[in-house]
Design a protein around this ligand. Structure first.
Ligand SMILES: NC(=O)c1ccc[n+]([C@@H]2O[C@H](COP(=O)([O-])OP(=O)(O)OC[C@H]3O[C@@H](n4cnc5c(N)ncnc54)[C@H](O)[C@@H]3O)[C@@H](O)[C@H]2O)c1
Ligand SMILES: [Zn+2]
Length: 357
């Protein structure tokens, strides 16, 4: 079985990759030190699809389990976290209890935040069910939103196990599947596998599962490597995974989270390549190649009507990367070569926003 080892001293863990792996969940959790109590955090539609497989596997390995079903939707609120705390308390979960997050990024962020903070930390197992969160599975952190902005409240936290079964992505509606292509394009720029991705893109869009697994693996590999070097995001290394997210997070907040993370990221990435070209790093040809993949993904390419520069810049200034009066941007010099700068002037951001209108 293909695997990645995430190295964080005494908090190291494995990320396993195999089609049909959900059936082995119980076997994979069994060697971990647990109290045999499992809470599965998910959504009703996801439980319906994969619940019986997961239950069967947990039963076979002697685990007691219960389900907590979230409301679903993009919004991740502190009210939903509080609801999880009360349910965890009702079950009398201990620090050796397991929280399985079965779902997309919304489920994962809520499950992770609650698991990280209840009794100061339960054991978190992640089973991603969207392409977006498979490729951008939480390695080291999670966050929830405030009305003031996206992902403003969060924590650094490592899971104890990640189960990557891309067969779970086969039936995703196209519109949700596409969101994940934005994260994979981003990681291909981070890690420099963009040329390869370009060649495989049609197969990836058609969900050739071997190809899907390959790009989920490559995306996780670079996220893991950057996080291992800078777990708490303070050395300008891990921040690179935020490429394209400055504009996209602002856009999500303005739209009151009615736009998906992946759709906003497609637009944010376009902003990032334009800004990178304008600031003299990225060549025009490479900027156009990235834009082509965004178009081929079927992701939106321009800002939704009515979104103004004034609103965007107001939210960009609240981004978790920014401080003082400084705008912090991640720029691309070349594929696999990124820089962090606080020297981008507001005029340049305005020019880019005008171009993506
Ligand atoms: N903590 C992190 O590392 C991290 C990384 C990336 C994104 N995120 C967050 O993730 C969120 C977006 O996640 P997402 O794009 O996965 O969306 P999502 O979790 O909101 O899921 C989108 C929809 O897909 C449905 N769904 C999920 N799996 C399915 C399946 N297999 N088949 C059919 N339907 C399915 C869900 O019920 C939901 O309606 C954003 O809030 C973003 O901020 C967090
Ligand atoms: Zn993202």
């Amino acid at each position: 079985m293909k695997k990645l080892k995430a190295n964080f001293q005494d908090r190291s863990y494995d990320i396993f990759y195999q089609l049909g792996l959900i059936d082995k969940t119980g076997t994979l959790i069994k060697p971990l030190k647990t109290d045999k109590k499992v809470v599965i955090v998910s959504e009703a539609n996801i439980k319906k699809l994969f619940g019986s497989k997961l239950e069967k596997s947990l039963k076979q390995s002697g685990f007691k389990f219960s389900w907590v079903l979230l409301r679903g939707g993009q919004e991740k609120t502190l009210a939903e976290i509080e609801r999880l705390y009360h349910l965890f308390a009702k079950q009398n979960l201990s620090r050796h209890s397991v929280v399985i997050s079965l779902g997309g990024g919304s489920v994962q962020d809520l499950a992770c935040f609650a698991a990280a903070t209840f009794k100061r930390g339960l054991k978190l197992v992640q089973i991603p069910t969207t392409l977006l969160i498979s490729s951008d599975v939480s390695i080291g952190g999670c966050a929830v939103d405030l009305p003031e902005g996206k992902s403003l409240v969060g924590t650094f936290y490592q899971p104890v196990l990640v189960i990557q079964d891309v067969a779970l992505l086969k039936g995703l509606p196209d519109i949700i599947y596409r969101d994940g292509l934005a994260e994979i394009i981003k990681y291909s720029i981070n890690a420099g596998f963009f040329d390869q991705l370009e060649k495989d893109f049609v197969k990836l869009i058609k969900r050739d599962l071997k190809v899907v697994e390959k790009y989920v693996y490559l995306s996780n590999k670079i996220k893991k490597e950057l996080t291992e070097q800078d777990e708490r995001d303070c050395h300008d290394i891990r921040i690179q995974v935020d490429l394209g997210h400055t504009i996209s997070h602002a856009l999500e907040a303005i739209m009151n989270y009615k736009i998906s993370h992946g759709q906003a990221l497609g637009i944010g990435l376009r902003g990032a390549v334009l800004l990178s070209e304008m600031s003299g790093g990225l060549s025009k040809t490479k900027r156009e190649r990235v834009e082509k993949l965004i178009v081929d993904s079927g992701l939106p390419y321009t800002l939704p009507k009515g979104v103004t520069y004034a609103e965007l810049i107001k939210h960009i200034k609240k981004d978790k990367k920014c401080y003082g009066n400084k705008l912090v941007f991640i720029l691309i010099k070349d594929f696999g070569q990124l820089t962090i700068t606080h020297k981008v002037h507001e005029n340049m951001v305005k020019k880019v926003i005008d171009l993506i209108k």
